[in-house]
Design a protein around this ligand. Structure first.
Ligand SMILES: [Mg+2]
Length: 266
């Protein structure tokens, strides 16, 4: 198997992901999966992203095996990703791993807890500020506070954003909070140097050395996990890219499902 130590193009894993089977044979596997775009097709409206029955059954059958430890690690909140996946006996990570729960593991980043009252305060302030903007709404779940503006009139977006940044600046008090931009959404979240890579290493430390990690993801936030596992496991990007830390790539989420089948039978 080819590996690399610097950012560059990933190698195609084969249409049925079978290239990996020889490496897996008989080993205990810690499987980490992103959700949106990795286990499901990306949807224009993220609330419409659901796991297929096929994917759910595959995940459940991997979870039921003693040889596999499965974690779904998402930027969504813990409750959201849990309810969308709905597989028992696996581990879930929400908010890019700030919260981890399942299979006897439990973690909440202490700095995130410290930032929570500020985020709540920002939420109350923002709800007042955005009242005049039709279509804007604030989502207050878990640690990030999200301002959604997909339905806001184009001419009002700039003014709405500046109201958001004003509240963010007033409440963030130094580096406790940070703003992240998404698709038609602005998020205010704890400003903590913690990402999916840290979360994966935290889980692996608790599982012990006998597990070989495999990480599958499709987004910028997954690159941190690819990097963390560069010399330690198998990392797979969904979607081809010339610039990635991942060792391999698969074309789309259906590639992930074929990979799950390969792991199941390896
Ligand atoms: Mg994704």
């Amino acid at each position: 198997m080819k590996t690399k130590t610097r950012i560059g193009p990933a190698y195609f894993l084969g249409s049925d992901a079978s290239d990996i089977a020889s490496v897996l044979g008989g080993r205990k596997i810690a499987l980490f999966l992103d959700f949106d775009g990795t286990l499901t097709p990306i949807q224009e409206d993220p609330t419409q992203c659901y796991l297929s029955e096929e994917a759910r059954e595959l995940l459940q059958s991997l979870a039921n095996s003693d040889r596999h430890h499965v974690t779904v690690l998402s930027g969504r909140t813990l409750d959201d990703v849990k309810s969308r996946v709905g597989v028992r006996n696996i581990c879930y990570g929400g908010n890019h791993g700030l919260v981890i729960s399942g299979k006897g593991l439990r973690f909440v980043h202490p700095e995130a807890l410290r930032a929570k009252p500020l985020i709540d305060e920002a939420g109350s302030r923002l709800e007042q500020e955005i009242a005049p903007f039709a279509g804007a709404w604030v989502e207050r779940k878990g640690f990030p506070l999200s301002l959604h503006y997909r339905l806001v009139n184009q001419n009002a977006v700039r003014q709405l954003k500046s109201a958001f940044y004003k509240v963010a600046a007033e409440i963030s008090r130094g580096s406790l909070l940070t703003v992240m931009k998404g698709k038609k959404v602005l998020e205010l979240m704890p400003g903590i140097p913690w990402n999916k890579g840290n979360a994966v290493l935290w889980i692996l430390e608790r599982l012990g050395d006998s597990y070989m990690p495999i990480f599958v993801g499709d987004d910028v936030t997954d690159e941190m996990a690819f990097k963390a596992l560069e010399n330690r496991g198998v990392t797979i990007r969904i979607g081809r890219s010339k610039k990635t830390f991942a060792h391999f790539y698969l074309q789309n989420y259906q590639g992930t499902l074929r990979l799950l089948k390969t792991i199941q039978t390896a």
